[in-house]
Design a protein around this ligand. Sequence first.
Ligand SMILES: [Zn+2]
Length: 675
Amino acid sequence: MKTYLLSALMLGLLATAAVQAQPKLSGVDHAAADTSVRAQDDFFLHVNGRWLAQTDIPADKSSWGSFEKLDDDTKPQLRALIEAAANDSSKQAGSDAQRIGDFYASYMDEARLEQLGLAPLQPELDRVAALRDKAQLPALFAHYHRLGVTAPFGFLIHQDNKDSTRYVADIAQDGLSLPDRDYYLKKSDRKMADTLAKYQQHVSRMLALAGSTQPEAEAHAIVALETALAKLQWDKVALRDPVKAYNKLPLAQLNKLAPAFDWTTWLTDTGIGGKVDYVIVSQPSFIKGVNGLLQTTPLATWQAYFRWQVIHAHAAYLSQPFARENFAFYGTVLSDVQEQQPRWKRAVNATDGALGESLGKLYVEQYFPAERKARMEALVQNLLAAFKQSINTLDWMGPATKQQAQDKLSKFMVKIGYPDKWRDYSALTVKADDLVGNVQRSHAFEYAKEVNKLGKPIDRAEWGMTPQTVNAYYNPELNEIVFPAVILQPPFFNAEADDAVNYGAIGAVIGHEISHGFDDQGAQYDGDGNLRDWWTAADHKNFAARSKMLVKQYSAFSPLPGYRVNGALTLGENIADNSGAAIAYKAYQLSLQGRPGPVIDGLTGDQRFYMGFAQVWRSKTREAQQIVYLKADPHAPDRFRANGTLRNQAGFYNAFEVKPGDKMYLAPKERVNMW
Ligand SMILES: [Zn+2]
């Protein structure tokens, strides 16, 4: 143990010890436990079994657990902030308070939405109806990128993965209205085939509501077109490969890739042209395929497709018949949700979606005390120090790669709570009587922000989540870990509790995000955010062998009869879970400085650490939603995020005396330790 490491640890933890003189709580939720299940057989159930047995998923939710509950608990707080802004009599037109209050008001004014009916969409429906020639499609694509309406492909602005000093436009596959291509293509899966049939009926009903005279025929053609797009799409495992997705193309060569599409018009109308001389095409084979579809698909089908996409993108903001039918499919059929959320919650979500940092600024002023940020900063430093130490002790990695890994770790950027500089929304006009207009202007505002990045230096202060988002992330391009304010609360972070449970919960979350910098994707980027192979051939091989073992472990998990976890799709998250827990445990041990942790509630520090970890993952998910997750979510189901991780952790075996014959037991040579 090195001195600089100790001092970093002491700074954080002694400071908190001084504040709290009275004995600390364990932070373990004993009421949730099912002690009839042995910890050694199913730790997730042991810790959460009674909670699982006694908790019903709320009727308006598709899943329910630590993340969803904290998110739901935050909603009334956001509502109070919004209402205070709305009632602020001193507010001026064009102020944050005016925008927040009026956006919310426009969502809550149901009478006005009923009175307007389809009218707010008429200009867009007319635009589609007015098309006379397929040559006009590129301009239409560009128009809908700006409004957030789905087109067969889209683009995003981000850092050039091989030149981290500049932004680039990245053209990527899109075009579907179901969560994954499998919903269109897996005819052998009865649930998916049934969902697709119901989707077609839904499209037909929506078109009928919008006045189509032949909704069934149109819906049939739309599903056929989306199915053709699905066939062209790369699957979600292929999408995880950043090297395959890096296809740099001078603008002039786009015509060669897809000659049936007028790129000159598209580049001009999107605003990309003139700002860059090359783009990235993430899936060239997809764009080539779309070129073929442009030639073979009649204009009338493209018109039906875009009419549907326009209605679909706005359905939640229209009158009841549209909103209800939208929920009946996307809520009930797709996710098993029986009831819509109360209108005020939907209004809070929409306001949050459009004005997230305005609302976030109010949120942190009221709900994020400065000392929580300070304690979190210390914790993150402890985790980084533990990771640094861990790299040096890895037995499977050679010194050259270790040095590169240390270099990357030393360049990590940490963001906690909220941005240093808040976004300026003054260019966004919000009106109390124009919900659809507000949503469209918000999309255009976000779009302009993105496209305006082209040609400018990288904004390293930008946040990809708002402070009130219950989540955290690692961004390989900026090589940064980011922890929004709201997650720094129980059960993730309990200021009243002893350290053990916090290291197991928020500590493992921090470790998880750091580990993303070194998962099978993150490890392909260097500390400056460039895709650069910094591995020796031998270490590549060792890493790949360990990855393969994890893929095999998780692919064996089955959350539903007939379905298995996709070990390849979830590999990056599983590496992050496993390494995150290992690093958090190491950081906890370092914090004890050689002394045993206190026994609280009859539990050792190590036991509480793992209980804190498993508490975070308590959750229940409806069956249809579980299928969506299995197809589209890179995370394993929560039960396996707990148990699948712990059976690889040496510390867990010691803490609970797990032995051969126990169901959690894996022989040492089958356990995977990556970082
Ligand atoms: Zn993750």
